[in-house]
Write a protein of this length. Structure first.
Ligand code: GLN
Length: 496
């Protein structure tokens, strides 16, 4: 058996069933891996060593006593630090919540506990999930395990890097406009954003509420689907959660793609910003679908090119409203000043980073009287048109494909001075976010520098099972399901 930190979640479950490894040994192996790698990568803001060990021991005791254990028993997992964990510091990557200890667990955290998953750390992110490189974290930038001079993507960069580096086989991320898919692509792992409403947002620190969605990272499709099944399902505490059964994500995994219609999104493969290596890898993936018996057709999402401007109005508008709650009174940081207003201003000035301030200003402007119709309302109309584009495309197709991001991982510092260049990363990700449809990134190869490339797959609303099936078929065909991802490069460079 290869080292425990190289195994998938399913393999770890099997190893425990066979008595080949205990949950305690598994957790220990991942703690060692974290210790060996995270000083250089910086994926985790906090390592939950004691809690993880005692949870693992409890699982081992229950197993030994013949008691039932959950679907993810003993499987280590990294949690994006934007999900509330009771009594455990939850920062959202922001100074304003630096010492915030939530009084309750997010529903996702509760469900993971019910499944007996073992959270090993809270993963770094761009402040309040605003960003595409993890460089907007108030604490430190996470580095890409494939090349430590490059970003892991964002905003769930810590989650993606943790999985790529073998610190945990699974991680939870959130995706508002690509924040699971883009870092998954850049770190060579699988990342799934489910349908809006599939997974409860209760206890998820709000960013842009009509877009925010929790999802999964893993090193293969089966693991990612397994994790989704554990966290999905309606929740009376989240009025936007959908009433659809959580099970069934894996129902079609091994069905192959013969008979499926795969739509290739034309708008995603044109355009100047797309790196030729990414375009070529996506084209090759499309050819494999045809070879595997899928019906491959060209489709158009005519309004998708307007997605980015619409997203960057809707998102800051909702963010400006959500971030109004950080006033120095109720949560987190307070900078004292003689009057309440001065205290609030000083708190927000000291507590928020540049990107959060930028979004608060853009959003406040877009929502203000006299401009609301021209900006926010207009962006919502574009959103409706994009949702209709998807509906029309899914009348003919089972799944749509295109690149996840226009480029592979870029060097640290490359785009920090140019917010628009940073936003451009999200160009292919935001249409599915605006439409609310499920979408994911699957590793399909590497570029000339050996950096991972992600193919984006998009399914119709609640169509995760078929999307995952199409992803699984390609993964099996490419033989990438056991890919140790960044673990290899890290070791090859003698860094462990
Ligand atoms: N990069 C996008 C943004 O900054 C997406 C963020 C996300 O999905 N959380 O808004």
């Amino acid at each position: 058996m290869s080292e425990l930190h190289g195994l998938s979640a399913v393999e770890l479950l099997v190893a425990q069933d066979r008595g080949e490894a205990s949950a305690a040994e598994i957790v220990q192996a991942h703690m060692a891996r974290i210790a060996a790698t995270d000083e250089r990568i910086g994926a985790l803001l906090q390592v939950l060593a004691d809690a993880a060990r005692s949870r693992a021991d409890a699982i081992d005791r229950r197993r030994a006593a013949g008691e039932p254990v959950g679907s993810l028993a003993g499987v280590p997992l990294a949690l994006k630090d934007i999900l509330c964990t009771r009594g455990v510091t939850t920062t959202a990557g922001s100074k304003i919540l630096k010492d915030y200890q939530p009084p309750y667990d997010a529903t996702v955290v509760e469900r993971l506990a019910d499944a007996d998953a073992v959270p090993v750390g809270k993963a770094n992110l761009d402040e309040f999930a605003m960003g595409s490189s993890c460089e907007n974290s108030a604490f430190w930038p996470t580095r890409n395990p494939w090349d430590l001079g490059r970003v892991p993507g964002g905003s769930s960069g810590g989650s993606a890097a943790a999985v790529a580096a073998g610190q945990a086989p699974l991680a939870i991320g959130t995706d508002t406009g690509g924040s699971i898919r883009q870092p998954a692509a850049m770190c060579g792992v699988v990342g799934v954003k489910p349908t809006y409403g599939r997974v409860s947002r209760y206890g998820l620190i709000a960013f842009a509420s009509s877009l925010d969605q929790v999802g999964s990272f893993a090193r293969n499709v089966t693991d990612a689907a397994l994790l989704l099944e554990a966290i999905a399902g309606s929740d009376p505490r989240d009025a936007t959660s959908v009433h659809a059964p959580a099970e069934g994500m894996r129902a079609e995994l091994d069905d192959g793609v013969a008979g499926l219609t795969v739509g290739v999104v034309g708008e995603f493969l044109e355009g100047e910003g797309l790196a030729p290596s990414v375009r070529d890898a996506c084209r090759r993936a499309v050819d494999r679908y045809a070879a595997l018996g899928a019906d491959v057709v060209d489709v158009s999402l005519p309004h998708a090119p307007y997605g980015l401007p619409a997203y960057y109005l809707i998102n800051p508008s909702e963010a400006s409203s959500n971030l109004a709650r950080y006033d120095g009174v109720r949560y987190g940081l307070r900078v004292d000043a003689p009057t309440t207003e001065a205290m609030m201003a000083a708190t927000r000035d000291a507590g928020f980073g540049a990107e959060a301030k930028r979004r608060i200003m853009i959003g406040t402007f877009a929502l203000s009287a006299g401009y609301f119709e021209a900006y926010y309302a207009q962006a919502q109309r574009v959103r409706t048109l994009i949702a209709r584009d998807f509906e029309a495309a899914f009348a003919d197709c089972d799944v749509l494909v295109g690149p996840t991001a226009p480029t592979t991982a870029f060097p640290l510092g490359d785009k920090t001075a140019d917010p628009l260049a940073m936003y451009y990363n999200d160009i292919y990700a935001v249409p599915a976010s605006l439409a609310g449809t499920p979408a994911m990134s699957l590793p399909v190869g590497t570029d000339d520098d050996g950096l991972p490339i992600g193919l984006q797959l998009m399914g119709p609303l609640l169509g995760e099972a078929t999307m995952l099936r199409a992803a699984r078929a390609l993964e099996a065909d490419l033989g990438l399901e056991a890919a140790p991802s960044g673990v290899g490069p890290l070791e090859a460079e003698g860094r462990t």
